[in-house]
Ligand binder design. Structure first.
Ligand code: EPU
Length: 417
């Protein structure tokens, strides 16, 4: 087990470069298996989820090499339609193997995925999509089994704009016979990134980024070279850390368009934000103003940034209300912030946060990835020492978090127990 030890109350200053998007990478890495030849993926973040996915691909028979932030995936030898359960259960995104294996072999056996415990995360919309394309789908003993003698394009209306279902249906449909129409599709940036990558492999996907995606099936896909988009949630987390510490930082290598709701909320909270090309400068106020926020699918305020924002608001001059609309249990981490002196009341999926002048460092535990990010933001702004247990959970999705924060002047250490 590893933990983070933070001496708080140091204003963050300086420059930080953002890595590639976790949620894009975990969709695009398995998509590379669909090419006839090798693919090179650039700007892949050095995070645990990526390493686990690389291992899953190897277990399926593919050749994978990872050199810093460049991954090469060669599907030569990829012959197994059965995903290794011990690895699949480690991350949510392993459910993309369903779409990939079904497209490639017409059959798939994939254990139900793991990932953050933030409430029930059904896959009914994924299965609805596969069935619409002509697959038999069953879930038994924790394993999803899919079979199709042939996949045929069809309209699929999603009851909710699910990111995972949109991506899985795109993966399954890109080599189906005929045209698939995904209605009420998710519009998140990583959906668009995957569509761009698949199109560079020869797929014919239009409309990604809108709520209707049209996929005209092609016979084969080829290998490609694709650069993963920057991580909008990593960016949002550093923005929150700057605001929480009254810091002054420049974040480079970002796509500012993807951050509109976060920029708007942090401006409301009193931050000064300048954006220019691929960089954002954030200057935090001495204490933030309170804000109200409700998480929504893109382009609404992202659920993944809700937890770090709550940490910022614990020091606001007044009362903020945060409503989580995506997941039933994404406020479970609040108890850890309360241990640090935060004054937060949770009712259902709403947190009412009465700001206090300061938090006080204490031992806390990261219960999921973004909960961990929230505790890091809180620890950076708290008086005294914060110890965050469960660092591995944070390292699932944040690249070089200790080094990046040290570069910004944080007093932070990784301790291996
Ligand atoms: N949902 C269903 N049925 C489905 C699919 C989803 O009811 O078949 C519900 C979910 O339970 C949830 C809502 O729809 O309430 C949205 O789920 P969605 O499918 O959009 O999310 P996801 O694919 O499971 C991805 C990210 C999450 C991020 C959400 C929302 C990946 C690997 N995960 O999850 O990221 O919170 O989209 O943007 O891309 C994170 O990075 O920390 C993280 C949890």
């Amino acid at each position: 087990m590893a933990r983070l030890v933070i001496e708080g109350r140091r204003k963050l200053t300086g420059k930080v470069r953002i890595g590639g998007s976790k949620n894009s990478s975990v969709a695009i890495i398995p998509a590379a298996l669909l090419g006839e030849g090798p693919s090179t993926l650039e700007n892949v973040p050095a995070i645990l989820d990526v390493k686990v996915f690389a291992q899953i691909l190897k277990d399926l028979g593919a050749l994978v090499s990872l050199n810093k932030n460049t991954m090469t995936v060669s599907p030569n030898g990829f012959t197994s339609h059965i995903a290794p359960y011990d690895l699949v259960r480690k991350l949510r995104a392993s459910y993309y193997l369903m779409g990939v294996l079904l497209a490639k072999f017409g059959k798939a056996e994939v254990g139900l995925p793991g990932g953050c415990d933030i409430g029930p995360r059904p896959i009914d919309q994924h299965l609805k999509g596969f069935r619409a394309l002509g697959a038999d789908a069953s879930v038994e003993g924790g394993v999803v089994r899919l079979y199709a003698s042939k996949l045929v394009g069809a309209p699929v209306y999603l009851d909710i704009p699910s990111v995972g279902a949109t991506i899985n249906i795109m993966l399954a449909a890109c080599m189906a016979e005929g045209t698939t129409l995904i209605e009420n599709a998710a519009k998140e940036p990583h959906v668009v990134d995957l569509a761009n990558c698949l199109n560079s492999m020869g797929a014919r996907i239009n409309g990604a980024g809108t709520d209707i995606i049209r996929i005209r099936g092609v016979k084969t896909l080829k290998g490609t070279c694709h650069s993963i988009i920057p991580d909008d949630i990593e960016t949002a987390t550093y923005m929150m850390a700057a605001v929480a510490t009254g810091g002054d930082i420049e974040i480079c290598g970002v796509i500012t368009k993807h951050l509109e709701p976060v920029v708007a909320k942090l401006k409301e909270a009193g931050a000064l934000i300048e954006q220019n090309g691929d960089f954002i400068k954030v200057v935090g106020p001495e204490r933030p103003k309170p804000v109200n926020v409700k998480t929504l699918p893109y382009p609404g305020f992202p659920t993944d940034a809700q937890q770090p924002l709550t940490a910022v608001l614990t020091r606001a001059r007044g009362v903020s209300v945060v409503q989580e609309s995506m997941y039933d249990n994404r406020l479970g981490y609040v108890g850890e912030l309360v241990k640090m002196g935060a004054n937060i009341k949770v009712q259902g999926k709403t947190a009412v946060i009465e700001g206090a002048p300061r938090l006080v460092g204490s031992p806390v535990r990261a219960t999921d990835l973004r909960a961990g990010a929230s505790l890091v933001v809180a620890g950076l702004s708290a008086a005294g020492t914060t110890e965050i247990y469960g660092l591995e959970i944070i390292e699932r999705g944040y690249e070089s978090v200790v080094d990046k924060l040290k570069t910004l002047g944080a007093c932070i250490e990784r301790i291996e127990d």
